[in-house]
Write a protein that binds this ligand. Structure first.
Ligand code: ASP
Ligand code: MG
Length: 409
């Protein structure tokens, strides 16, 4: 007998019928003799609906009140799921984040979990109850309600699994697992049997929406075995663990991509020691996330800097740079919009030099111009034109043979 944490995302609890289905999944584990904790998201797109509702009242809602509002979404689901379980003859109880002891730092809208007091959940489990917990929310030391950032229910589930030392955390969703790339764009994309925490973290950060990056971080830090699986099909999903034993012979495990990227170039900068810090501190203060940064220095002492930002932040980025025109003393700013980032990810890269070279060769052969590059030990990202994005992903997916079923080792 063990302890299982299950998490159901918004689409998997989007109607009364789907809530019944989630209840059946919880009951199936309970019948095997496990203790069961279920974490749920808000129903369907109800969080979006709440965001839109707030926008009808004010363009600048207070972050505290936003958290108060958004946390209601999950509260609807926990009560309905507990009722569904009771209706099916099972003892169940629902808990909001604060009732479940999920404590967070005092950052409204994007709080990190600091610790979880599992006393209440433990005593419910000891009574044999299925405990249903609201995802995405917590409480500060002063009793304020916080949320964990969009998609944060995954993080609640994994953090609870870590705190309760669960045997497993199952993330039930509307896709059957983690794919080699997005199957909506590449038809030969294949569901992976397994993937490592590090690879999953890269993919999640690079735009694969299947898991909240912080949830993967938690899972890695506490070594929680995670499985992403379908809430409708009864089949194995994708196991996320320290080292995937099931997909050994793949050097590249997955391809992530993201459009709506803009390259900003600042040329003719008087290159002082503080130039870089001035630019990036100013952008950070406005909460503009800068991704790839390239600096080149010419002999005459001038410097050029290019960096990429999300297109939605491009206008504000330029405005900030213009504000600092005097301090930075540059010649001009140029922006190139309609770019995309295509990234290949795989732990096998560490021990296989030349993967980046292969990637560039494939892109060159398809006439895809690479505009920026960034690498880590286990990934290579290339910024290309948005028009080339899908072509590039398809070509790389073929070249690295990602659709082939690898043999288990
Ligand atoms: N309901 C929240 C959202 O839509 C949290 C989650 O679903 O994970 O972002
Ligand atoms: Mg999600």
């Amino acid at each position: 007998m063990g302890l299982i944490v299950q998490k159901f995302g918004g689409t998997s609890v989007g109607s009364a019928e789907k809530i019944q289905n989630a209840a059946n999944r919880a009951i199936a584990e309970k019948q095997k003799g496990h203790d069961v904790v279920v974490v749920v998201s808000a129903m369907g797109k109800s969080t979006d609906a709440l965001v839109n509702l707030a926008a009808e009242i004010t363009s600048e809602p207070s972050r505290r009140e936003m958290d108060m509002l958004l946390s209601t979404g999950e509260q609807v689901t926990i009560s309905l799921l507990a009722m569904a379980l009771q209706e099916k003859g099972y003892d169940a109880v629902s808990y909001t984040g604060w009732q479940a002891g999920v404590r967070t730092e005092a950052v409204h809208g994007n709080a990190r979990i600091t610790d979880i007091d599992i006393t209440a959940i433990r005593s419910q489990l000891a009574e044999g109850r299925i405990t249903v917990v609201a995802g995405f929310q917590g409480v500060t030391e002063d009793g304020g309600i916080t949320t964990l950032g969009r998609g944060g229910s995954d993080t609640t589930a994994v953090a609870l699994a870590a705190a309760l030392e669960a045997d497993k955390c199952d993330i039930y969703t509307d896709v059957p697992g983690v794919f080699t790339t997005d199957p909506r764009y590449v038809r030969s994309a294949r569901k992976l049997a397994g993937i490592s925490y590090d690879e999953m973290l890269e993919l999640a950060n690079l735009g694969a929406g299947v898991l909240h990056p912080r949830a993967v971080e938690f899972a890695k830090n506490y070594q929680v075995p995670l499985e992403v699986r379908s809430s409708t099909e009864h089949e194995a999903g994708t196991l996320i663990e320290e080292e995937s034993s099931m997909e050994q012979n793949l050097i590249v495990r997955g391809i992530a991509f993201e459009d709506q990227i803009t390259r900003v170039s600042v040329t003719g900068l008087a290159s002082g020691l503080t130039t870089l810090s001035t630019i990036f501190t100013a952008l950070a203060k406005r909460n503009i996330n800068v991704d790839i940064i390239i600096q080149t220095q010419s002999d005459d002492g001038e410097a050029d800097i290019s960096f990429s930002v999300k297109t939605e932040d491009a206008a504000q980025t330029v405005a900030v740079l213009e504000e600092y025109k005097n301090a930075l003393d540059y010649e001009k700013i140029e922006t190139e919009r309609k770019l995309a980032k295509v990234s290949i990810v795989g732990s096998g890269m560490v021990s296989n030099p030349g993967v980046a070279a292969d990637m560039f060769a494939v892109l060159a052969e398809k006439n895809v111009q690479v505009k920026m590059v960034s690498t880590s030990e286990i990934k290579v990202s290339a910024v290309v034109s948005e028009n080339d994005m899908v072509k590039a992903v398809e070509a790389l997916h073929n070249a690295f043979e990602l659709s082939k079923q690898p043999s288990a080792v």
